[in-house]
Design a protein around this ligand. Sequence first.
Ligand SMILES: C[S@@+](CC[C@H](N)C(=O)[O-])C[C@H]1O[C@@H](n2cnc3c(N)ncnc32)[C@H](O)[C@@H]1O
Length: 259
Amino acid sequence: MPEKTTWEKFFDAHAPIYEDNVFTKNTVREVDFLLDELHLPSGGSVLDVGCGTGRHAIELAKRGYAVTGLDLSSEMLSRAADAAKAENVHVEWIRANATQFTFPELYDAAVCLCEGAFGLLGESDDPIDQPLSILCNVSRSLKPQAKAVFTVLNAAAILRKYQNEDVAEGRFDPLTMVESSEHPPQEGMPAVAVRERAFVPTELILLFRLAGMSVLNMWGGTAGNWGRRSLDLDEIEIMIVACKTAELPAAGDAAKPRA
Ligand SMILES: C[S@@+](CC[C@H](N)C(=O)[O-])C[C@H]1O[C@@H](n2cnc3c(N)ncnc32)[C@H](O)[C@@H]1O
């Protein structure tokens, strides 16, 4: 078994209390919102990347959709599987790194919510290649014209939060928009140092374009407060609604720009 990545260690330890977070309490309304945007056929297929404890995946399955939840953390997935069982719904759970999967043209839609992998950088992840690989993998997994909804950290809010001392002391890198932080030890777990990436809207449009997707809308996507409103500088997360518009080269060329 390869060594766990930092985020895998973090979410394995965080899994028992993840759903205590206040931002996880709006799942039913969020799924209503997603269904308004995704225009799924009845019983259509949805891929949830970085599905965590499966709260969106399970709610979508309860509404009759065929859902796959993909996540790196076996502890998050184990809770997801238990919750699906308790709700008596079927969801396919897959443990995988979102930078390394492919399910060619299988899905009617994809979601990647609350930084579900996107921008959660492992120790050796490149700040551009990591999100671009995820987008390419999602794009390859979608049927032509299928839609995707992502929520990702907003660089504008991050920039307003940090000072030059934070840059000097390594807490924030203004070149890559990467925050570095140390999470204190939890029961049975040593401290975990993690890196998290925020995004500027124009680069999101470019990254999605490189992955064969067109951005249709960018709205307020702060967890617990999604809305079809224009972004303000303090919005913690950006919601991106996109549509697959072009085919990509085969997997393995994920990080290469299209000709
Ligand atoms: C903040 S949680 C979001 C979970 C869920 N989407 C939600 O809205 O509640 C981020 C999830 O992304 C997963 N994750 C982090 N890096 C990943 C990667 N490289 N590949 C797949 N999943 C990853 C974590 O294990 C965690 O479950």
